[in-house]
Design a protein around this ligand. Structure first.
Ligand SMILES: C[S@@+](CC[C@H](N)C(=O)[O-])C[C@H]1O[C@@H](n2cnc3c(N)ncnc32)[C@H](O)[C@@H]1O
Length: 195
């Protein structure tokens, strides 16, 4: 499906809960490249996959070779053929789409993820479950990024509690993150190892 072209001004699109802009894509790209260099970015609750497809397309057209940059997969709840959900994945290539059987389920792909994205997750409990399962010291997870409306942050913040070995949450509000003024980005990551 044809992708819209983001501009520097954050705008809304009917197929994505989050506003997006070229600035947002640049910030997500640089944050992910700095924290994980390469590796799997798993977007949990990717909906139509529009934001993820914009990142996929940006990274595919980058001069870096495939091994030197992250790649993205979206996870969505498996749709029955009878339920024509407005969130059915339609922008991401099939090889970038994972499914879970129900809203309670945590994707096993997260075991392989270097970073997890949560974009407007409906359930703070889902965020908590991913953090409890995958943010332990021996996991390969290096970064978690939550994007959503400011009003959801008080409920989400405790779910992102991550324990030992993680840096404090870094928050970017509205335009700082390339978003409209009532949305924000929260980033938590592990410190980089010195070469
Ligand atoms: C509010 S929508 C956000 C969709 C998309 N991120 C966006 O910004 O447009 C939340 C999505 O999370 C999905 N979801 C709910 N539970 C999930 C789970 N356990 N794993 C993956 N996706 C889930 C829903 O199907 C829904 O598409």
């Amino acid at each position: 499906m044809a992708l819209p072209t983001p501009t520097a001004i954050p705008s809304r699109h009917p197929d994505c809960c989050l506003s997006f802009s070229s600035t947002l894509l640049d910030i997500l790209t640089s944050t992910l490249r700095e924290s994980i260099h390469s590796g799997l970015v798993l977007s949990v609750g990717s909906g139509t996959g529009l934001l993820e497809a914009l990142l996929h397309s940006k990274w595919a057209s980058s001069p870096n070779s495939q091994n030197e940059q992250p790649w993205i997969e979206g996870v969505e709840v498996l749709q029955s053929t009878s339920s024509a959900s407005s969130f059915a994945t339609r922008y991401l290539p099939e090889q970038c789409c994972e499914t879970v059987k129900g809203t309670w389920e945590v994707s096993s792909r997260a075991e392989h993820a270097a970073a997890i994205l949560f974009v407007y997750p409906r359930s703070p409990e889902l965020v908590r479950r991913y953090m409890q399962k995958f943010a332990h010291p021996s996991s390969r997870l290096q970064a978690v990024i939550w994007l959503g409306p400011n009003c959801d942050w008080p409920e989400i913040q405790p779910c992102l509690a991550h324990g030992e070995g993680w840096l404090p949450v870094h928050v970017l509000l509205g335009a700082e993150a390339g978003l409209v003024d009532f949305e924000m980005m929260a980033i938590i990551r592990r410190p980089q190892e010195m070469p």
